[in-house]
Design a protein around this ligand. Structure first.
Ligand SMILES: NC(=O)c1ccc[n+]([C@@H]2O[C@H](COP(=O)([O-])OP(=O)(O)OC[C@H]3O[C@@H](n4cnc5c(N)ncnc54)[C@H](O)[C@@H]3O)[C@@H](O)[C@H]2O)c1
Ligand SMILES: O=C(O)C(=O)C[C@@H](O)[C@H](O)[C@H](O)COP(=O)(O)O
Ligand SMILES: [Zn+2]
Length: 361
């Protein structure tokens, strides 16, 4: 970091937990985050981050034996065959329990790298270096890892907390605008379920989303990370509270599946939040003002809030496999008010359908 730049450390899980470090240049802390006990490091990265991964190998080379695993980009990387490819590298290089894995990439890569770290020898050290907004504010934080199956999104995974998360804002300099905006869907989620200040900032000037160097950008990123850090500190394995992080995800994951993962996660979650707002409104719990605010904020960011009306049956069939379902009954996260998320148990299909009609295009 250069003089005058600040570094923020957000703690997850108290004394025995880890820091999520935010700032420009903080990837320079990777060696220390890996720690003195580690000998070998596997950096799992997408092709986009190949040059940066090679630089890291150079930078860390005098302290560690660094191997690189280039894996397919985005959701194509979140497959069991890709995890097996990484396990093979680890096996052939004799990785032991005192070695470590680094996830360098967007949320898909940190989900995969976390899964590999959580399963290799039943769990080795993972340090996450997210390179997308979405990875920084959500995916790399909290130790939820996962891969997809033919039947649905994230159906296989383990909870495996990282040893550190380094959110280097400089890495966002190369991130395309549409990826930045997709990441903002999870920031908006944090606004609705915990910190409405985020919504105020975006409404005051939606352009903050496209300037990673602005103080407002930094503020909303840190608020979203704080929200996630607090929730997962209280409920790491999603016994209750953590379910609120799934706001917009029940329908959103079904949209991703229906689109064969050609939609960005953030875009699908945006549609899912628009649906959750209608569910809140039509069930009589959420005011028109807060429900309408969803579409307004998401529109300001150019994120989608509708989906073809004729796709309901397809989405409903996929939603039956949602992890929040209990005994065959769907459960949705909805809002009673701003920053008051709650679980809606087994809503009538007629209510779900009516809410979907409101976002149907
Ligand atoms: N585990 C969790 O708690 C959690 C939370 C939220 C989302 N997720 C998962 O995260 C995934 C979505 O993550 P995402 O939105 O980061 O998408 P992504 O990982 O697919 O990355 C998006 C694109 O950005 C490119 N990219 C990444 N960093 C770049 C950079 N610095 N410069 C240029 N290009 C770059 C990638 O190559 C990719 O093409 C989904 O699979 C979702 O399920 C997990
Ligand atoms: O961390 C969590 O918990 C979340 O639900 C965060 C979500 O944004 C994320 O997309 C997560 O991967 C969804 O998890 P899933 O259990 O619904 O697959
Ligand atoms: Zn998500």
């Amino acid at each position: 970091m250069t003089a005058g730049e600040t570094r923020t450390a957000i703690r997850v899980g108290g004394d025995a937990g880890y820091d999520v470090v935010v700032g420009r240049g903080v990837v320079a802390e990777l060696g220390d985050a890996l720690g003195a006990a580690v000998r070998k490091v596997l950096v799992v990265h997408a092709p986009t981050l190949g040059a940066r991964a090679a630089e890291l190998r150079e930078e860390l080379g005098d302290r560690f034996e660094v191997l690189l695993a280039e894996v397919p980009d985005a959701e194509a990387g979140k497959r069991i065959e890709v995890a097996a490819f990484c396990w093979q590298i680890l096996g052939q290089a004799d990785f032991t329990r005192s070695d470590a894995i680094v996830g360098l990439g967007g949320g898909a890569i940190t989900d995969l790298a976390g899964f590999v770290a959580g399963t290799w020898l039943r769990g080795v050290r993972a340090v996450q270096v997210p390179t997308t907004v979405l990875g920084m504010v959500d995916a790399a934080v909290g130790g939820k890892t996962g891969i997809n199956t033919n039947e649905g999104k994230n159906l296989v995974g383990v909870f495996h907390a990282p040893a550190a998360v380094l959110c280097d804002l400089e890495l966002l300099d190369t991130l395309p605008r549409n990826e930045i905006l997709a990441g903002f869907a999870e920031i908006v989620k944090a606004g609705f379920i915990r910190y409405p200040e985020i919504l105020d900032i975006i409404e005051a000037d939606p352009e903050v989303a496209t300037d990673p160097t602005s103080p407002e950008f930094r503020r909303v990123v840190e608020l979203a990370i704080r929200m996630k850090a607090d929730v997962v500190s209280e409920d790491f394995t999603e016994q209750g509270l953590r379910e609120i992080l799934n706001y917009g995800h029940t329908l959103g994951h079904a949209v991703e599946h229906a689109e064969r993962y050609q939609w960005r996660h953030g875009a699908a979650i945006s549609v899912g939040m628009a649906f959750a707002a209608e569910l809140g409104r039509l069930s009589g719990r959420l005011s028109d003002e807060v429900a309408d605010r969803h579409k307004r904020v998401l529109d300001l960011l150019g994120l989608p809030t509708s989906y073809p009306a004729g796709r309901w049956n397809t989405l409903l069939a996929t939603m039956q496999r949602d992890k929040k379902a209990r005994g065959g009954q769907l459960r949705f996260i909805v809002l009673d008010d701003l920053a008051k998320p709650t679980v809606m148990q087994a809503p009538d299909q007629s209510l779900l359908f009516a809410a979907y009609q409101e976002i149907g295009s």
